[in-house]
Design a protein around this ligand. Structure first.
Ligand code: FEO
Ligand code: CA
Ligand code: CA
Ligand code: CA
Length: 661
């Protein structure tokens, strides 16, 4: 989801958009409304004016740029593609980029054929879900050619999914209310997919009768574990124990743990809740800090648990890191409350030298925080079962970035510092339920929307994607967030003290300020070897391949901000080539680039194309808002009877071999 102004807003959105979320007295003020929802509350005919359009004219963006030196010293070997915008995807020459899984593809032998004109929840539960985001690969028997692909389905775009939903009358576009059947499809299209895949004769295939294939949806029963499990703030009419919850929502990025479980991060949970909570309700401040209820989904019309007036504790059961044992299709996914409750972007991990496991966590909201979780126990590579509850005990830390390039990881422990009963924290449960408020009191550094945070086991560094924050004023600039009206984001590189990922101190530097380096006002810091195709804005997800090379995917590039679609960029981090970036893959119009993920042999990259055809009004090749009957692209099928379909794409080198070598 990018940073566009919503065109049709609900009254809740307008109210929420007007006030900050992070009102703590830390360095700067916050706001809310994840842009994921401003995007899905699209509609109407006028051009959305993004904040950057007001700062830098699109004409300036499209004007000729100075020629750049081509000498790179880059560790990546491929000929970069041209940045731009059109209806399909593009990959570097010499590579194949094939569609592996599309929304609606069957995952089981009995899965019905995808029929977009008669989609049902029952069919959707047997098919690949919508808006693929995180992609993980769990090797089977150590193979890079046979494994489980795990994929999050973050959210739904009903205007692109359902025929007849948008009506046009006298030039006015209206989105009709969703029926219960459509809401049920949406709920079944959320969650995740676990599916066996295999490379046969150099080509990846889905194993439809894979014994481990599974869909996880909003109706999958899950267990709440860790400090908040069983707490009264998690009890509902349906679950008086406070330990059982149906489903997971808005699973953005994620991770695969060293012991091979699948992590789904619950991000923008606020949009699914509706209703009114009295301002003196005990949870009012807690929910306000997360923007709950925002009500952009219509689920509460049919399911009372999404109405905070009727089930006021239900939102306390979402916003967690969810762990799924993908090797057991009947396993009950666990919401690991020890890792805190906020708008979790993802949870990439690394085994520390002492065997403890460190998970890096971003809270994706303007002016929110960077966290990490260090397990109390150690990883046992010889005994998988012994690792299965490592995520229930450990320490959650929040980051404070100092002006001198040092940093502190502050433990979030009950009874320490301000995290006491005096401030409303009766126990560790209250700290993990209201993680943001606890971090506010600790004085954590307010960041420009922390997204994926990627540890690099090869060079020992950690890369923090900060996607953008156009609300940061000049007075709010600090060393770690150095750009006022930060439209294009930046990347911070952390070095933990003594290479100890569990350390409570470290150093950091801004590795890259993003945006077009030929426009001085943008202040981008790509190396001079970066070409006019190689720069990007809005870093979101990242991957490190087994050679320790950094790959960055983006969310929010479009004609009105960068004159290019989102894509996958290869970014040098070492030596003279540091901050050199090259464009490897780009998505069709309207799409966002999620994933990316490399197999252990580096011969395959999986990327997820999310919400293709969303928007459309800011691309002169289309020039109007896109919806089911009138789509800016019908990727990937280009069949007039098929809508656009978010899909996972698999990239391999023609003739085989490691990617970008
Ligand atoms: Fe779901 Fe922060 O992007
Ligand atoms: Ca993301
Ligand atoms: Ca990642
Ligand atoms: Ca994003």
């Amino acid at each position: 989801m990018n940073d566009q102004t919503p065109i049709f807003k609900t009254s809740q959105l307008e109210a929420a958009d007007a006030e900050p979320r992070n009102t703590s007295s830390n360095p700067t003020m916050g706001e809310l409304i994840s842009t994921r929802f401003s995007r899905r509350n699209f509609l109407a005919g006028s051009l959305a004016v993004s904040a950057i359009a007001a700062t830098v004219s699109p004409l300036a963006l499209l004007s000729a740029r100075p020629a750049r030196a081509q000498e790179t010293g880059s560790v990546f070997s491929f000929d970069e593609i041209e940045a731009g915008i059109d209806e399909t995807h593009h990959v570097a020459e010499g590579y194949d980029a094939n569609i592996l899984l599309r929304w609606g593809d069957g995952l089981f032998p009995d899965a019905p054929e995808f029929d977009p004109t008669a989609q049902t929840a029952a069919a959707q539960e047997r098919q690949f879900g919508y808006n693929n985001d995180y992609v993980g690969y769990i090797p089977l028997e150590g193979s890079s050619e046979h494994g489980l692909l795990v994929v999050n389905h973050e959210y739904t775009n009903p205007h692109l999914m359902f025929p007849g939903l948008v009506t046009l009358a006298e030039g006015e576009m209206t989105m009709n209310p969703l029926s219960k059947e459509q809401v049920d499809v949406e709920m079944a299209a959320h969650g995740g997919t676990i599916v066996e895949i295999r490379k046969v004769d150099g080509k990846w295939q889905v194993v439809k009768d894979g014994a481990l294939n599974r869909r996880i949806t909003v109706n999958t029963e899950m267990e709440l574990t860790g400090p908040a499990a069983g707490h009264k703030r998690l009890m509902t009419n349906a679950d008086p124990t406070g330990t059982k919850v149906f489903g997971t929502i808005n699973n953005c990025a994620g991770g695969v743990t060293p012991w091979g479980t699948y992590i789904m991060a619950e991000e923008n949970i606020h949009g699914y809740f509706s209703g009114e909570l009295a301002s003196d309700h005990p949870e009012a401040a807690n929910y306000d800090r997360l923007g709950i209820p925002e009500g952009s989904y219509e689920w509460a019309n049919f399911y009372e648990r999404f109405d905070v007036a009727k089930e006021p504790n239900e939102p306390n059961r979402f916003g967690y890191i969810v762990e799924v044992d993908a090797m057991d299709p009947n396993s009950v996914p666990k919401k690991r409350t020890a890792l805190g409750r906020f708008k979790h972007e993802g949870a990439e991990s690394i085994v520390n030298k002492d065997g403890r496991v460190v998970f890096y966590l971003g809270d994706d909201e303007r002016f929110d925080y960077v966290y990490k979780f260090v397990t109390a126990g150690t990883f046992d590579p010889e005994n998988r079962a012994a690792n299965m509850d490592l995520l229930d005990e450990g320490t959650l830390f929040v980051a404070k970035f100092a002006e001198d390039g040092s940093m502190e990881w502050m433990p979030m422990l009950h009874g320490e510092g301000p995290l006491t009963a005096e401030n409303g924290f009766q126990s560790q449960a209250d700290i993990v339920i209201e993680t943001r408020r606890a971090a506010d009191l600790l004085g954590a550094t307010k960041m420009d929307r922390p997204e994926d945070i990627q540890p690099n086991g090869v060079n020992g560094k950690v890369y923090v994607m900060l996607t953008n924050n156009t609300r940061r004023t000049a007075e709010q600039v600090d060393a770690a967030n150095p750009t006022a009206e930060n439209a294009f984001g930046h990347i911070i590189e952390i070095a933990e003290t003594d290479g100890d990922f569990a350390a409570t101190t470290g150093t950091w530097e801004v590795m890259l300020k993003c945006g077009d380096p030929s426009i001085a006002e943008v202040g981008a810091t790509f190396s001079s070897a970066t070409t006019e195709n190689g720069w990007f804005g809005m870093p979101d997800n990242a991957a490190v391949d087994s050679m320790g090379r950094l790959w960055v995917s983006t969310d929010g590039n479009n004609p009105s901000d960068t004159g290019r679609t989102d894509g996958l960029w290869a970014v040098d981090t070492e030596g003279d080539a540091r901050a050199t970036s090259k464009l490897f893959f780009r998505v069709p119009v309207g799409g966002e680039m999620c994933g990316p993920l490399f197999t252990p042999d580096d011969e395959t990259a999986f990327v997820a194309v999310q919400h293709p055809a969303d928007g459309g009004d800011d691309w002169e090749g289309f020039g109007r808002v896109s919806y089911y009957e009138d789509l800016s692209t019908r990727w990937p099928d280009f069949n007039p009877d098929m809508p656009v379909r978010p899909s996972v794409v698999v990239i391999t080198k023609q003739g085989g071999g490691k990617i970008a070598v």
